[in-house]
Design a protein around this ligand. Structure first.
Ligand code: NAD
Ligand code: GDU
Length: 366
């Protein structure tokens, strides 16, 4: 868990409760983070255009935290690429900090529609930064990704490794990291943390909120989950000739609840460190797991076999990616608590309760 007291967001009384703007707050990581922020005593405003999420997700957050904390969760429908929407967001309240999740994240889609990724991820972030500057908000936590390490030559990935983008999605993250460093250089009073997520999976332990991708999932766990609930017939395992323990690729899977607590730790670091500048941290567990190990861990939670089909490697995939977690441990006082067993347990709980995600049934899907 993140360090810090139970009511760390409440800087000493009702009138001084810290207020955080969460862009993309209805999404997978946004909902889990909003929930923890509320539990920590922060006042939360989520802004989302529901491009990849639904209002029900935030209703579930309200349900989990209960009526009292729910009053501190505000929502504004808005699109970061529309400046007027951001004006509305910043006119509503004064924010002590922003956690910026809003973005598109599907690699394949970014190859097919790079202009959409640049417009959404880059223009959205430029607009957000301009609005923050205009309204005197200088603390930002930005969602970056391990994708900025490209195909790492050396693992574990350390924060000062060489960076490289392999696709248009990765290029938006890499460019935004560089842009935010430039902005920091020009505005030294700013405080920015870039969080490089490894592979977020799992769900809140209640099984009420989780990842709900539209269409056929690209990522491993959402795919396995859909095979488990009968929406897809078989898991294609991409690549079984890697130089790894069992021939399948290795990733650093991290429980989304741990990832959320990493954001609380980053936020607390920003509040506590006036001269932090712009710093990157990995959020991973530091442990690598193969695709087949993940399948077996999920089967243990699910209680049945997942049918698999061995397939050729997926173009662009790396053999082995996992994080060095030393910097986050040392400087944020944060480390992941959960292992793959808990990740799969909670992923399956979410799947079993919500086989068709938030939309409830096959007919309503998409
Ligand atoms: N989930 C992962 O595997 C992963 C890995 C590394 C980095 N990230 C990054 O973390 C962030 C959050 O990811 P997530 O998994 O929660 O994704 P998500 O799609 O579930 O959440 C993103 C949210 O942002 C909203 N959004 C997108 N563009 C918007 C815009 N222009 N204006 C307002 N709202 C907008 C979407 O509707 C969605 O609710 C993204 O920036 C993503 O690139 C995710
Ligand atoms: O149906 C599937 C889906 C995935 N895989 C394999 O499972 C592993 C993990 O794949 P994911 O798609 O879940 O995750 P990636 O590590 O490939 O990519 C994710 O994590 C990256 C960071 O490391 C980037 O952020 C990227 O955008 C994000 O999708 C890979 O070896 C992949 O080939 C399968 O075998 N079958």
């Amino acid at each position: 868990m993140a360090n810090g007291g139970a009511d760390a967001g409440n800087g000493g009384g009702e009138g001084t409760r810290r207020s955080v703007l969460v862009t993309g707050g209805a999404g997978f990581i946004g909902t889990h983070t909003a929930l923890q922020l509320l539990e920590k005593g922060y006042d939360v405003t989520a802004v989302d255009n529901f491009h990849n999420s639904v209002p029900e997700a935030l209703e579930r957050v309200r349900h989990i935290v209960g009526p009292a904390l729910s009053t501190r969760l505000h929502f504004i429908l808005g699109d970061l690429t529309i400046k007027e929407d951001l004006e509305k967001v910043f006119a509503a309240k004064r924010y002590d900090a922003v956690i910026h999740f809003a973005g598109l994240k599907a690699v394949g889609e970014s190859v097919a529609h790079p202009e959409m990724y640049n417009r959404n991820n880059i223009v959205g972030t430029v607009n957000l930064y301009d609005a923050m500057k205009e309204h005197g908000c200088n603390k930002l936590v930005f969602s970056s990704s391990a994708t900025v390490y490209g195909q790492p030559e050396k693992v574990p990935c350390v924060e000062d490794s060489a960076l490289k983008a392999l696709n248009p999605y990765g290029r938006t993250k890499l460019y935004l990291e560089e842009m935010l460093r430039d902005y920091q250089h020009a505005n030294p009073e700013g405080r920015t943390i870039l969080l490089r997520y490894f592979n977020p999976i799992g769900a809140h332990e209640s099984g009420e909120i989780g990842e709900d991708p539209r269409g056929i999932p690209n990522n491993l766990l959402p795919y396995i989950q859909q095979v488990a609930v009968g929406r897809l017939p078989v898991l294609n395992v991409y690549g079984h000739d890697y130089r790894t323990r069992d021939g399948t690729a290795v990733r650093d899977y991290i429980h989304v609840v741990d990832l959320a607590s990493g954001h609380i730790a980053a936020l607390e670091k920003l509040f506590a460190t006036p001269d932090i500048g712009c710093v990157a941290y990995n959020l991973g567990t530091g442990r690598g797991t193969t695709v087949l190990e993940m399948v077996h861990a999920f089967e243990k939670a699910y209680g049945k076999k997942i049918p698999i089909k061995m397939c050729p490697r997926r173009p662009g995939d790396s053999e082995e990616v996992y994080a060095s977690t030393e910097k986050a441990e040392r400087e944020l006082g944060w480390r992941a608590q959960y292992g793959v067993e808990e990740m799969c347990r909670d992923q399956w709980k979410w799947a079993a309760k919500n086989p068709y995600g938030y939309r409830g049934s096959a007919d309503k899907k998409d």
